[in-house]
Structures are given as C-alpha cells and as structure tokens.
Design a binder for this molecule. Structure first.
Ligand code: FES
Length: 106
C-alpha cells in the first residue's frame, strides 16, 4: 500500500505512484479519487500521461478510454480491462492498496 495526500491531487491531472511494485495511475475527479493500473492494456503507454474525461482516463497513445471506477475498456483499440486499486480516504490521507482477490465461486 502507498499513502499520499488528497490535497496533492489536482482534478484532471493524474499522477503515477508505486503500489507494492506496480505502477498505478491515481486520478481525482471532483472530491473522489480513483486508482487504476498505469499501463494501458492495448500497448505500453502510461495512463498518467493521458487525459481525464468525466470518470474515464484516455490513453494518450491511441486514444482508448478506460472507466476509472471499474477499469473497463470503454473504447477501442483497447479491449481488456485494467486492474483497479482500493482507495481509502481518511481526511487528507489517502491509502492506495491492491484489492483482495475474491474467491471465484465454482
Ligand atoms: S497504448 Fe493505449 S490505446 Fe494504444
């Protein structure tokens, strides 16, 4: 897990942080904060260099949009979702951590 300050985030300007060795894109949308994998699922591009559009981040390289809330690829050329991370806010402190994998029901 990684701790950052809410006040350090500027709406519409995502940043990259490291969470347990994984590059993570953290984006503030209004008073909400989302964290997703920083690597586009289409090819290698860092989403923290992309643009925030509503609740989506647009990859700067080929223009795929990803939903910051679910990680779903919303537009081509990306078709695979990206990992999402848990964001816990306590006042000005944000804790970003990997989500606990849910056991798949058989
Ligand atoms: S690398 Fe992101 S859309 Fe192609």
């Amino acid at each position: 897990m990684t701790q950052i300050e809410f006040d350090s985030l500027v709406p519409g300007k995502p940043i990259q942080i490291d969470v347990d060795g994984k590059p993570v894109c953290v984006a503030r949308v209004g008073e909400e904060v989302f964290a997703v994998s920083n690597i586009c699922s289409h090819a290698y591009a860092e989403l923290s260099d992309g643009e925030i559009k509503g609740f989506a981040v647009e990859c700067w390289l080929h223009g795929a949009d990803f939903d910051l809330r679910t990680g779903q690829a919303l537009t081509l050329p990306a078709t695979e979702a990206i990992e999402t991370f848990a964001v816990h806010r306590d006042g000005n402190n944000l804790i970003i951590s990997q989500k606990i994998q849910k056991m798949k029901e058989s």
